[in-house]
Structure formats: structure tokens, C-alpha cells
Write a protein that binds this ligand. Structure first.
Ligand SMILES: [Zn+2]
Length: 95
């Protein structure tokens, strides 16, 4: 298959963009909860991996968190791995 120089440039650029996006995901993102920037409670890092944890197991009702609709938001610190739990959704801060 033959590509023109422009097409090759475009493919290269797309690849670079994809790599950049992957790097960003690897580094994590900044978030705010209730309009306050989330800072790691343990190491003060400010980049996290966003996740959702299901809590609707019978044991968890003991903690009276059924109001979470069975899910909580977790932000895992990219530096030390400390897991922060939120009962409301958090907002990603645009970079
Ligand atoms: Zn941390």
C-alpha cells in the first residue's frame, strides 16, 4: 500500500496524539469535588485515576451507604495509590 507524504505525516501525527493521550491517562487527571481541588490525603499529589466501586453487597448496608445507589466514586492517587472515596461524583479539571 502506498501513502503520500501528507498521509504519512497525518498518520504520524495521529500516532503521536494517541501516545500523548495514553501518557495523560498514565499520569492521571486533576479533579475537584464540591469545587475544591482534590489533593491526596497521604502524599499531597494532585493527579488521580478515576473509578467507580460498587458497594451494593449485603455487608456494606451495615455502613448505611445505600443512599449512594450502590456506587461510589474512587480516585486513586497516581503517586502513592491512596484510594479516596466519594459519595458524589467529582469533576475532572480541564487541562
Ligand atoms: Zn498520594
Amino acid at each position: 500500500m502506498y501513502y503520500s507524504k501528507q498521509q504519512l505525516e497525518k498518520i504520524k501525527k495521529q500516532g503521536e496524539e494517541a501516545a500523548k493521550e495514553m501518557d495523560r491517562n498514565k499520569l492521571g487527571h486533576e479533579y475537584k469535588a464540591n469545587d475544591m481541588k482534590v489533593i491526596c490525603m497521604h502524599c499531597k499529589h494532585d493527579k488521580f485515576e478515576y473509578g467507580k466501586a460498587l458497594l451494593n453487597t449485603r455487608g456494606m448496608t451495615f455502613f448505611d451507604i445505600e443512599w449512594l445507589n450502590g456506587a461510589a466514586i474512587t480516585l486513586v492517587c497516581k503517586q502513592c495509590g491512596f484510594i479516596h472515596w466519594f459519595g458524589k461524583d467529582v469533576t475532572q479539571i480541564e487541562e
